[in-house]
Design a protein around this ligand. Structure first.
Ligand code: 6PG
Length: 468
């Protein structure tokens, strides 16, 4: 028996991805050092052609040559040690696929190293969590195009489908797959924080119960905000506590953890000079949430935000919905703007219409909006920022008054709206022809002779400030 596909790492993601591959008629072998995980795969084989083993030699011998081996192991050093362990036993032409959330610079380094060993390599972003891996994720492969062509039939079979279109496409060269996945996660952070702020407004200012918030999100999911994150948020508010009476959401500690992909997005955006303030705000809010003990004391010292509850009106809920839609559009805009710049700077050969297309299904940031976003990039492949697209211009203008009203309400009531307000200010700054940064340039030249440019003449100028 020769197996078409190998998986290293039979944690939930690896196991589910492998079973998904096997469901589509491919023979799939899995390797894990944990004997229970390997045995459990064999037990769930049923009609599928699968093999679970703890023995690397058996695993490698079972795979059809040239071999196709995917790694779904924790990002970081583990990936390098798995590769080092495999290398002496691989043959030229074998293909390694890293499907974890690897840092894109590690992917670039690994690709260059493996090329010297005649091993093909793809860095592949996989999104959709456990359920996605099992039933259809969104898949973002990048690297050697010939390697993509080899694995294309399997990835197209297992990916989520939207109107029969598989949610997988070749993202671009080198570390493109992992770069796109990183930005996907940065957008994910932004959307999640915006939704959390909408919850705060509905709860604190609107005085809505969990049940009412459940209904609001369920309704929103039928409209232009339709998305996976809005859908699961509605469900979260209907979830009873499994340990005592009450709603589960009310007993979850308000301290958000992170594994780094959002922070990497902000860091890369800073390096490239691309503003992504909603994503920055989302990362910062996770940091602020983690200062839990400090916040408990400061709340006593300064007084917690004593919200004067306004009467709940359908109009307020509608304003929050519109504000959220505005901010969703501009969070995708920031992520895609970063991709546009990074693609050029790093020569990744990205195609943003394809990126929007494969994000329409399977992934965490899937949303109805992405079809409009895809169309914006089809109409203008070199679009710098969605804010400049005719597809969104009218919509953003219509939504703007609601965003302003909601941010004002939050400020009046002491509700921290770092992501929503940042998104509003991002928009305001981008549509402002004259910003006060002429003053910053003057200050830089004043204290450091850093020079400035003029509106009325070309060239670079320096002034001896304060002298006649
Ligand atoms: C996905 C998710 C997945 C993971 C996040 C969580 O696309 O399926 O993004 O990759 O759940 O990395 O990230 P944090 O732990 O940093 O929130």
């Amino acid at each position: 028996m020769q197996y078409d596909f190998g998986m290293i790492g039979l944690g939930v993601m690896g196991r589910n991805f492998l079973l998904n591959v096997a469901d589509h008629g491919f023979a799939a072998a899995g390797l894990d050092l944990d004997a229970d995980k390997a045995a459990s795969l064999n037990q769930s084989a049923e009609h599928r052609k699968v093999l679970g083993t703890t023995d690397q030699a058996e695993f490698l011998a079972a795979l059809r040559q040239p071999r196709t081996i995917m790694l779904l192991v924790p990002a970081g050093k583990v990936v390098d040690s798995v590769i080092d362990g495999l290398l002496p036993h691989l043959s030229p032409g074998d293909l390694l696929i890293d499907g974890g959330n690897s840092f894109y610079e590690d992917t670039a380094r690994r690709a260059a190293y493996l090329q010297t060993k005649n091993i093909q390599f793809l860095g592949v972003g996989v999104s959709g969590g456990e359920e996605g891996a099992r039933r259809g994720p969104s898949i973002m492969p990048g690297g050697d195009h010939a390697a993509w062509e080899r694995i294309q039939p399997i990835l197209e079979a297992v990916a989520a489908k939207v109107d029969d279109d598989p949610c997988v496409a070749y993202m671009g060269k080198g570390p493109a797959g992992h770069y796109v996945k990183m930005v996907h996660n940065g957008i994910e952070y932004g959307l999640m924080q915006l939704i959390a702020e909408a919850y705060d407004l509905l709860k604190q200012v609107g005085g809505l119960s969990n049940q009412a918030i459940h209904q609001v999100f369920s309704e929103w999911n039928k409209g232009p905000l339709q998305s996976f994150l809005i859908e699961i948020t509605a469900e979260i508010f209907a979830q009873p506590d499994d340990q005592k009476s009450g709603d589960l959401i009310d007993v979850i500690l308000d301290k958000a953890k992170q594994k780094g992909t959002g922070k990497w997005t902000s860091q890369s955006a800073m390096d490239l000079g691309v503003p992504v303030p909603t994503i920055d705000a989302a990362v910062t809010m996770r940091g602020l949430s983690a200062l839990w003990s400090f916040r408990q004391e400061a709340a006593k010292d300064y007084g917690d935000n004593a919200v004067e509850k306004t009467v709940t009106t359908a109009a307020f809920v509608a304003q929050v919905e519109q504000a959220l839609l505005f901010a969703f559009i501009l969070t995708y805009a920031q992520g895609l703007h970063l991709l546009a710049v990074a693609g050029k700077e790093m020569d990744l050969d990205l195609r943003l219409a394809d990126t929007a297309k494969i994000w329409r299904g399977g992934c965490i940031i899937r949303a109805e909006l992405l079809e409009d976003i895809r169309q914006a990039y089809v109409a203008a492949p070199d679009l710098e920022n969605l804010l400049g697209s005719a597809v969104f211009r009218g919509r953003l203008k219509t939504l703007l008054p609601s965003v302003k009203a909601v941010v004002v309400k939050g400020v009046e009531n002491g509700i921290p709206l770092l992501a929503l307000a940042s998104t509003l200010h991002y928009f305001e700054a981008l549509r402002t022809a004259t910003l006060p940064l002429n003053l910053v340039q003057a200050q830089r030249d004043f204290f450091g002779a850093h020079t400035y440019e003029r509106l009325d003449a070309t060239g670079v100028f320096h002034t001896s400030w304060g002298q006649e």
